[in-house]
Design a protein around this ligand. Sequence first.
Ligand SMILES: [Cu+2]
Length: 739
Amino acid sequence: MCRRTITGFCLVLLAVVRIDAQSDSHSRGGWLVHIIDGETGAPVTHAMVQVDDAWVLPDSAGVVALEAAAGSLPCHISALGYRTSALLLPSPGPVTVRLQPEALRVSDEVLVTGQAVPDEISIHSDRHRQSTTGALAQVAGIDMVSRGHFGHEPSLRGMQGARVGVLIDGMHMIPACVDRMDPVTAYVEVGNLERLEVTKGGFDLTRAQSLAGSIDLITRKAEFSRPRGVFLQSGYETGSALQSWSAGLNTAGPYTAMRATGALQRGGAVHAGGKQTLSGTGFSKVNAKLDVSRRLGPKQRLDVGVLGDRAWDAGYPALLMDTRKAQSLLVSATHTYTEAAPGTGLKSLRSRIYHSRVDHWMDDDDRDVGQRQVMTDMHMPMYGNTRTWGWRQELEAATTTRDLRLVVDAYRLAAFADMKMLSTQPDVTPMYLLNLGDVRSNHIALAADVHQRLPGGFSLRLDTRLDGVDSKLADELGRRQVASRFSAADLSRRDLAASYGVVAAWEAAPRTQLRLGLAHSSRQPSHTEAYGFFLYDAGDGAFYHGNPRLDTEHGDQVELGLDHRGDRLGLAASVYVQRVSQYIAGVLDEPGFKTFQNLSEAELAGLEVDAALRPTRTIELTVGGTWTYGQNQALDEPLPMISPLKGTAKLTWTRADGWLQVGSRLAARQNRIARRTTWEDVTPGYAVVDVRGAWEVERHVRLQLGVENVFDRAYNEHLSVGNLPARGRSFYLTVGYDR
Ligand SMILES: [Cu+2]
């Protein structure tokens, strides 16, 4: 996508307002300030009155009561959509302040700055991944959206954000950054990643409500089989001056096992292809994880886990701001009952309670706000947090021909985000607003998954999920902000949504399966889509407003799949089409401002192919390709953030003590771009070559090394916001000790 800038953004103007002051003997104790719209006379309830350093809010009639002070009282009154007023309140008494409406304007002049250039998506060997992002990017159908060289967000089958369910061990953790700097995938270090459970399409609904599918990051837990395990690892990558250290241990007795790990990472300036160096791309991060498992007799087990992460000074060159600090914590307790004997009936019962919390601070202190074209001369420090309390109950049962899974997935969310606008000009009054005015929501979902085996190699899988959500805005200022655009009746919502899917499979030949899936998926609006206020999106340079009147989005999809797992040849292919109705997207209200609306229809389709050929026992050739198509039917243009045709080819040579791989990543030019909903530009295709290997130099000591982008190609992914360049030639070396 391209980087365009808006000129002439003028947010706050100082104006002189008329003050009608009346003497009133009954209120000599102070001032009673009535704040009204200068044109309509309606009370402006979302105004903010600043006296010295304190902010005061008006009541529902637009009235502010101020304490008496000696002489006249200077104050500032600001409200979004009005000129800010600086005034001197005369002697105590009732005062009416008429605010002059001031549309927040963006000039029509649009400049294109900077040329099209790259972002980074690293793909590592299947067996020795260096990062969670790299592991995700290897999955056919997943691409990473980047806004910097840190915190990449997964895109699944052309969809991102709330359309993809991202979980940690089946638990919900809700990002706190309204600019999407903190995807949940950033919180699981690759050393703690046991596996990725990626569900594409709407065919497994036990994890989350989603149209594209879900990504569950299954973490490593304490192992009873390792009484005294120790692991140490240290690595360096030249492409982003990335240093990483991690250490951990695993202890186990007959009844208790414990695993603890800690990791530290520090990245610097990124070296992009063609000898460019990008500034403002560094980050620092620490991560710690502790898991304790206790056996309670032969059938029961208790697991307690804590996952903490803290990142600071992470640069996002494509956005207006950088992360100053981001911290998260996830604590959980799980009780598992397992029926040891195989057979029919109850197999297992798992109960989990958890709490996750995310805090996020970002600012533009490292940016020259006088030079930028959006919000010129304005610093906008922002803070956000989310708190989630969850309960997940899972029951598994089986008969000889049927497997059954029932899930209760419930959580309660509190989400808050605010922003200050501090001008560098001394005569401009600061402003304060809530991007999320303390959203409180309760979610409960019941899901069932039935797998029925039929004669003749056929099987059927049925999935259903019913989601109930009840949400409201709790903060008084937040309520007023949203009520100023909608009505008081829109400050809470409650709705139900059903999703269902069926997959018919046929074992057409030994180790060969054909699949046909049909699904109807529902996605209720996210808390930011419903209640967000003044959210800046770097993708189109617009400020977004939530819409509490949004309807549930629905997807109807069909998928055909083929799997073959032979000795010499493995093949997995799928083709899908999804029609989305009530598609939620931002619609322009006035230049620079959008509100989320339901659009009539969008369509997505795609093809994913992965093949592996093993001509000998030590040589393997793997090729993969994905093609994704997205069309916004309502606006008659391509959907934004859709990857072009992409492919990989890798040749791997394996020995007992290591392996060596030469691989290539290819992407075609993306000509299908969104111009109305997003400012995209055509992204040229690229081909890069990587060489990787691993070698066990000694017992327990393993080296991983390689060169990415061997020919130092300058390129960027289409999903790189602001055409942020990808890394150029990068050497990496990791030394690990594990016993
Ligand atoms: Cu942020």
